[in-house]
Design a protein around this ligand. Structure first.
Ligand code: GAR
Length: 219
């Protein structure tokens, strides 16, 4: 079966991108990474992607007069590459409703919290200051509102008494690196459908009471 032609959009070091690239290195994985695009020309992730043999593009948002022209260039690049699905992985630009509509149900994002809690920036600092006991990460389909959209996969991690923002971020990041390849697999296999803005996963159903995700086991 043809693998889903996937692009990854980044702004920084690209560790989630690397997790997706590593997963897709297996020819049996249902998605292939055909482009890595960054809005930040010097982003570390571009170098990592190039080392993995993936075509990379930098489209600097500062070269454009406003969001829409920047997104038009992004869209043209994605279309030219025959991209079928977009994965945002630490892509730190808000996207306009127009762009989101063009990739409706064909764009995923990862966020370092258990959405809908802690949208936006500085999630770990806010989690710590409010004393919550669990946090985690979420992979979801992108909708126009920031960090909103039907949830595909989540994983939780504990918040420990000795944590600071860095130690908590590192624990959440480990979960992110497991969740994103898992979510992309589910989507690329065609196992996800969206009903009333809720994701239904075909074949889901794990051990009752202890599943972290609506899937067939713990990640
Ligand atoms: C990740 O923790 C990702 O969840 C977060 O940025 C980091 C990127 O790291 N994304 C957001 O906060 C988006 N709202 P990475 O470049 O190493 O993947």
């Amino acid at each position: 079966m043809a693998r889903l032609r996937t692009a990854i959009l980044i702004s920084g070091r690209g560790s989630n991108m690397q997790a997706l690239v590593d997963a897709a290195a297996d020819p049996a994985y249902p998605a292939e990474i055909v482009r890595v695009i960054s809005n930040v020309p010097g982003a570390g992730g571009l170098e990592r992607a190039a080392q993995a043999g993936i075509t990379t593009t930098a489209i600097d948002h500062r070269d454009f007069d406003g969001r829409a022209p920047f997104e038009d260039a992004l869209h043209a690049e994605l279309t030219e590459a025959g991209v079928e699905l977009v994965c945002l992985a630490g892509f730190m630009r808000l996207l306009t409703e127009g762009f989101v509509e063009r990739w409706f149900d064909r764009m995923l994002n990862i966020h370092p919290s258990l959405l809908p809690a802690y949208k936006g920036l500085h999630t770990h600092e806010r989690v710590l200051s409010e004393g919550v006991r669990f946090t985690g990460c979420t992979v979801h389909f992108v909708r126009p509102a920031m960090d909103a959209g039907p949830i595909i996969v989540q994983a939780s991690v504990p918040v420990l008494p000795a944590d600071d923002a860095d130690s908590l971020a590192a624990r959440v990041l480990t979960a992110e690196h497991r969740c994103y390849p898992h979510a992309l697999r589910l989507v690329a296999e065609g196992r996800t459908s969206i009903v009333d803005e809720t994701v239904i996963i075909e074949g889901a159903g794990g051990p009752a009471g202890i599943t972290l995700n609506p899937d067939d086991g713990i990640l």
